[in-house]
Each structure stands twice: as C-alpha cells, then as structure tokens.
Design a protein around this ligand. Structure first.
Ligand SMILES: *[C@@H]1O[C@H](CO)[C@@H](O)[C@H](O)[C@H]1NC(C)=O
Length: 329
C-alpha cells in the first residue's frame, strides 16, 4: 500500500515536471481562422513555453505555441520569431521589461460593465484605485484573474482599478527578454477565459469610449543591466536619445494597425503624449517616455515608455525597443 502510494506520488511528480521539450509539434486547420486556403490548410503549432493550467489544475498545462505556415515560415501574426532573434542577440545586456496591461470590461451588449444603461456614469475622478460598489465594477473578475495567473506561474505584480470606470490594469514583470511577451500573452488568455466564466468580455481597444474618458495603454518599463547599476542614468539618457530618433518606427510597432488605433488614444490629453511628437521627462505622465522620480534621484533604474497601446503585441514592442536601443549603434 505504502509502495503504491509512493508510486502514485512519483507519477504525479513526474507529470508535473513536463518540459516544453516534451511537447510535440502539432497542427490545426488554418482555413477556419482565415490564415490558410482550405486546400492547403494545415498550420503548425510549435510549443515554446509551458504554464500550469489554472482551470483544470493538477497535472494539466497551458502550452504557448508559435504558429508556422505550411512552408515553415512564421504566420503573419507570429511576431515572436523575430522578437526571439533580437532578444538572443541582446542576451548579454540582460534586458528586463515590465508591462502594465490596461483593459476594459464590457457586458454582453458590449457596453462598459456596470455603466448605467443608455447613459454615462459620473465624470472621472473617484474611480482610479477606487473602492465601493458605486466606483468599481468587476473586482471579482479581476481577483479571479490574479489568482489564476499566480497559479499558472505568471510574474503578475499588481492590479488596480483605472481612471475610467470598468477599466482595469494588471502588471506583469520584471521579465527578461522573450519571457515578457510570452507571459503577457498567457495572462491575456487567462483573463479572457476568466471573464467568460463571469459572462463579461474584455476589450483591449485603446480608446473604447470617445469623449472625456481615458484610453487604455500598455506602459512598458525597460532597463538593461547597465541602467540598473550605479550611474545607470547615463545609459538611460542615451537610450532615450536613440528612442527620440526612431519615434515613427516605434509608433508603427505599438499597435496592430501601425499607429491607427493609437491615434485615437495618444491625443496629448488624458495623461498621454501626442502621437506626432516625441518627449521625455522626469515624472511626466504627458511625455512619451517617463523617467520615474525615484530613478532620477537614485541615478539608476529604468525608463517607462508610455506609448504602446493596450492592444499592442508585446513581442513587437519589446523587439523594437531592443533593436533601437541595443542592436543599432
Ligand atoms: C513600472 O514602474 C512603475 C513605477 O515607475 C510601477 O508603478 C509599475 O508597477 C511598474 N510596472 C511594471 C509592470 O513593472
């Protein structure tokens, strides 16, 4: 009996230790997702990262995959492959990222969750980091998502109610290199699944409501080893100089429509910079790049790129940051 129990225990342990290299390449019907023609429809799934499955639990896993076409080239939506190449080249600078994912909960009619039907809540002000049933909508969803991420092994580091009611944010990081994009995508997947259980939907649209309502971004904290060491502020300033010369390139990479989505959000109002201009400043939430006050005082740390839209692909964002600040002279 004792031996049987030991064997059972060992079996469970081994199953919980499944590695990404144990997962086979798989495929799916790309014509159903408008990624391929019906006559040549197989798309390949290449497993790249593995997480504990917070929904089925036990020995179950969530496996993140890259998608390749029949001819073994990356699918159009596979932004990971080129990001991974850049991250491998920049390995020695140990790039760290942290992303603040803002999003909005919508009800089944696609109207912000908890807003009065056919109307609007009171103006912005009491909602940010708020508490109480008239100020926050959907905290049960947010808390369930948080716990599910912790279970999965996501480096989720915080969450808060945002400026617009029904808008929330969670933070993931610090993550090194390719891990940033991997973890954020899994955290988004888990959020969509959790929201489904509550009968609400998540929109990552960067400006879900027009008018005097804040948009949603994906503020990205970034540092290299050099920036994190004493005197690192010099490296931070050099990186900002390089970022300033490539503003247009970055705007193109910071939402899925090459800047069109972000145009609705980056207006120069509602704690954003204008999409047209590059700016940087200490503690300035109206700048493209913010140097946190603590970083200026310590003379080292990280910078915050406030431009990425909430619906950005984190692989594209982290890749272009590395290309501009590290890989190009
Ligand atoms: C980014 O830095 C700010 C402080 O400047 C911090 O409040 C926030 O939690 C950080 N976010 C992430 C995801 O690391």
């Amino acid at each position: 009996m004792a031996r049987l129990r030991t064997i059972n225990f060992l079996q469970k342990l081994i199953l919980s230790l499944i590695l990404i290299s144990d997962c086979p390449v798989w495929n799916y019907d790309g014509s159903s997702t408008y990624q391929a023609e019906g006559s040549n429809s197989d798309m390949y799934l290449h497993p790249v990262a593995i997480y504990r499955d917070p929904f089925r639990r036990g020995k179950n896993k969530l496996v993140l995959c890259e998608v390749y076409k029949y001819n073994k080239t990356p699918a159009e939506t596979n932004k990971r492959q080129s990001c991974k190449k850049a991250m491998d080249k920049a390995r020695d600078v140990h790039p760290w990222f942290g992303i603040e994912q803002e999003y909005t909960l919508l009800d089944s009619t696609k109207y912000p969750f908890g807003w009065p039907k056919n109307g609007f809540p009171g103006p912005q002000g009491p909602y940010y980091c708020g508490v109480g049933a008239t100020k926050v909508f959907g905290r049960d969803v947010v808390e369930a998502h948080y716990r599910a991420c912790l279970y999965a092994g996501i480096k989720i580091a915080g969450c808060n109610a945002e400026v617009m009611p029904a808008q929330w944010e969670f933070q993931v990081g610090p993550c090194e290199g390719i891990d940033m994009g991997d973890q954020l995508w899994i955290a988004r997947y888990i959020l969509d699944r959790v929201a489904e259980d509550f009968g609400v939907v998540v929109t990552y649209d960067p400006k879900p409501m027009t008018g005097d309502w804040n948009g949603a971004g994906a503020h990205t904290n970034y540092s290299t080893k050099e920036m994190r060491e004493p005197g690192g502020i010099k490296a931070i300033e050099e990186a900002i100089k390089k970022l300033g010369k490539q503003h247009a390139r970055h705007i193109k990479a910071y939402d899925p429509k090459g800047g069109e989505d972000n145009k609705r959000r980056l207006t120069g109002h509602h704690e954003t910079s204008s999409i047209e201009d590059f700016s940087a400043g200490v503690a300035n939430r109206g700048a493209s790049i913010r140097i946190p006050r603590q970083v200026a005082e310590d003379g080292m740390g990280y910078l915050e790129d406030r431009r990425p839209a909430s619906n950005c692909d984190p692989y594209s964002v982290t890749e272009v940051i590395i290309v501009t600040t590290v890989l190009e002279e």
